[in-house]
Design a protein around this ligand. Structure first.
Ligand code: ZN
Ligand code: ZN
Length: 301
């Protein structure tokens, strides 16, 4: 019987590069929407989501070769979960503040308009892992946020993500800029998406299905699991880390000084998922989405 090979993006596929969290002078960003879009267009991006605080973007469609995903960022204090921020993608309506209190209200507002919700920067919010585990209705959590890193060194929420995955919640991880333009918080973290076509709908669909990886530099050329063997092929890296539940996992290190570009790991029977982290020699990182090992091939491509 042929072994099922699971992967999120196909080797050699053309991936679309995008930033999913951007502020402009419509809220507290230092650049106008036009200037923000020009920056991303000039820096090789395929799409950008405009996500000002409590002001849905009126931009939509294509501008200067860049697809614009309309969206917004909501925030509040959930009575059970505490402070939260939430990005809604693919919608052009703004709710009234008094109509959005809980995280469920925010998620519901986005979902009712056909949008997709992403839980923002839990580390920066002071949101503990248990609250992320109980953040229902979001397709992904921000595992790296540039502005949170450059302003208060709280950009990484990968522990929250692993705790959530280990609890059995199947949630994707995204790296974003959350650009505000007063610090160097732009052009530093993005997603690489395998969409069926170059359209907002196809990108949002691919995000929902986890057909992407995140990066602040390195490329993941392939990350696949066959049986229980995980195999990674990447641009030259200092370290390739296979991350699993609890104490399980493995790190392969470069011993040549030129970077390693391949590694394998046999995932233990007790592990429920494996994901890849790629560290290059300039301190930049890429993150695959998790592949589950006991899902009957649901993540199969
Ligand atoms: Zn925020
Ligand atoms: Zn933001």
């Amino acid at each position: 019987m042929a072994m099922v090979v699971q992967r999120h993006t196909s080797p050699g596929a053309r991936l679309l590069r995008g930033n999913l969290h951007t502020h402009t002078s419509i809220s507290d960003g230092r650049r106008s929407p036009e200037e923000a879009l020009a920056f991303y267009a000039e820096n090789g991006y395929d799409f950008v989501a405009l996500t000002d605080h409590w002001r849905a973007s009126s931009f939509d469609g294509e501008r200067d070769g860049l697809l614009v995903i309309p969206g917004l960022e909501l925030d509040g204090r959930d009575p059970a979960l505490g402070a939260y921020h939430l990005v809604g993608l693919g919608l052009s309506d703004t709710p009234r503040r008094e109509d959005v209190r809980s995280l469920g209200d925010a998620v519901g507002f986005v979902a009712k308009r056909g949008g997709k919700a992403i839980l923002c920067h839990p580390y920066w919010c002071g949101m503990p892992s248990w609250a992320v585990v109980r953040s229902f209705g979001v397709i992904a959590v921000e595992i790296f946020n540039t502005t949170c890193e450059v302003t208060i060194a709280k950009g990484f929420s990968t522990v929250h993500w692993d705790d959530t995955l280990a609890a059995g919640r199947r949630i994707w991880g995204v790296a974003v800029d959350d650009a505000h333009w007063s610090r160097p918080d732009y052009g530093a973290a993005w997603v690489m998406v395998e969409a069926e076509e170059r359209s907002v709908e196809a990108i949002l669909q691919a995000l929902c299905e986890g057909r992407f990886y995140s990066s602040s530099g390195p490329e993941i050329k392939d990350f696949a699991v066959e049986g229980r063997v995980a195999r990674a092929v990447t641009t030259p890296a200092k370290r390739l880390a296979f991350v699993c539940d609890r104490h399980m996992g493995y790190c392969a290190y470069d011993e040549t000084g030129r970077g390693i570009t391949e590694a394998c790991y046999t995932v233990p029977e007790e592990a429920s998922y494996v994901r890849l982290e790629v560290d290059d020699y300039s301190g930049r990182r890429a993150w695959s989405n998790p592949i589950w090992l006991s899902d009957g091939g649901q993540t199969r491509r």
